[in-house]
Design a protein around this ligand. Structure first.
Ligand SMILES: NC(=O)c1ccc[n+]([C@@H]2O[C@H](COP(=O)([O-])OP(=O)(O)OC[C@H]3O[C@@H](n4cnc5c(N)ncnc54)[C@H](O)[C@@H]3O)[C@@H](O)[C@H]2O)c1
Length: 362
């Protein structure tokens, strides 16, 4: 029987702070404890959301003793593996920010811990839940584009200020994150639409033209590209940058099938859909709206910063807990969205050759 209320704790209160409001849109879950090593941020967030002081923790192990059923992990990626493993080992279900981890060994440790404990794990890949991606999925499932044989994803997000503080010279955790390691915003939606998995990867990068003085810090690579071969024989190209001077941020997807093609607008406006037989070659494809917001969603579903995506992502996670089924982005799917970027970067830093991508299975 479904639990009346799931008690949730959130660790990492920058991104995690925004989630407190998103969880508010779901009466089935209550934010019952918070954790952050930054005492000031912890106290301020606790006060803003009216949590008693004894539910605020700076120490993660003590936080796991709080009366909670679920841990939402929103700390820097380097902490995800350790915090995930400790959480599932203490019997707490996990919703973890993306990506799952930085190394294949850590991914394996997470998979092993989830398998061993039987606890639910979902990676919070929110772009997969964008309204337009969900709309495209319906078209693709109806066979409108035929068999998908090629796809591209580009996520170019200039966040130099999140890599280091120019004035003080202080580096933040993202300075050591190669761009393609953060591949899940691209691979999540594409692999979901293609219902496919990556089996081979290779990569390359353009060096440090933009900030040559930062060449010891891989987060500052200008541009990193990955090519991926899927289990069904399709090809995917991903482009990633954290420093390239492009505004607005580029979040772009494009898929080619045997009967048509679809893409969103590169500047945020309309996208394009072409379906052979339904549209003439002469007139070309038609413009399509690509909103991240589902107009049919309730008002409170817009509380997150990414359209209505986070509302639906959390709904699916809670549904899986209620029904005792695997969440849609379960631990294996989370690795499908994480591991190819690790392998592509390994290739980019050595010979650029294709490498096998390990697949994790139940
Ligand atoms: N899905 C998305 O759209 C999206 C957007 C932004 C960030 N993220 C993800 O969210 C996570 C956090 O990113 P951020 O931008 O909030 O990072 P951040 O560095 O701005 O904030 C991290 C917070 O975690 C706290 N923290 C650090 N180490 C901790 C530890 N060991 N235990 C407890 N608290 C700790 C810090 O004090 C800080 O408050 C990352 O995994 C990132 O990839 C996802």
């Amino acid at each position: 029987m479904a639990k009346a209320t799931w008690n949730l704790g959130i660790v990492g209160l920058r991104r995690g702070r925004g989630f407190v409001r998103v969880f508010d849109a779901h009466p089935r879950v209550e934010v019952a404890a918070l954790c952050d090593v930054d005492e000031e941020r912890l106290a301020e967030t606790g006060e803003a959301f009216e949590l008693p002081e004894d539910r605020l923790y700076t120490d993660f192990d003590s936080f796991l003793d709080a009366p909670i059923d679920i841990v939402m992990i929103a700390t820097p990626i380097g902490f995800h593996a350790e915090q995930t493993i400790k959480s599932v080992e203490s019997g707490k279900h996990v919703l973890c920010e993306q990506t799952a981890a930085y190394t294949i060994e850590d991914c394996q440790r997470i998979v092993d811990a989830v398998k061993r404990t039987g606890i639910a794990y979902m990676m919070a890949e929110n772009y997969t839940y964008y309204h337009y991606i969900r709309e495209w999925q319906k078209l693709i499932e109806q066979g409108k584009l035929g068999e998908i044989f090629y796809a591209e994803g580009e996520y170019v997000h200039e966040i130099v200020d999140l890599l280091f503080d120019e004035e003080t010279g202080t580096y933040f955790w993202r300075h050591e994150r190669p761009p393609i390691w953060y591949c899940a915003h691209c691979l999540g939606p594409l692999l979901t639409l293609m219902d496919d998995r990556i089996v081979k990867a290779c990569g390359s990068h353009s060096g440090f033209h933009r900030m040559p003085e930062q060449k010891e810090h891989l987060g500052f690579l200008d541009m990193e590209a990955g090519l991926f071969r899927t289990q069904k024989g399709a090809l995917i190209k991903i482009l990633r940058s954290q420093v390239a001077p492009r505004h607005p941020t580029l979040v772009w997807y494009c898929l080619y099938g045997t009967r048509g093609q679809i893409e969103n607008g590169r500047a945020g406006g309309d996208g394009l859909l072409y379906i052979e037989g339904e549209m003439s070659q002469k007139e070309g494809g038609r413009a399509i709206k690509c909103s991240t917001i589902d107009p049919a969603a309730p008002e409170e579903a817009r509380a997150g910063g990414h359209g209505t995506s986070e509302y639906y992502m959390i709904r699916d996670f809670l549904d899986a807990l209620d029904n005792n089924t695997r969440p849609p982005i379960d631990v294996m799917r989370s690795m499908d969205f994480t591991v190819p970027g690790i392998v592509a970067h390994e290739s980019a830093m050595s010979d650029g050759n294709w490498r096998d991508v390990p697949l994790f299975d139940w």
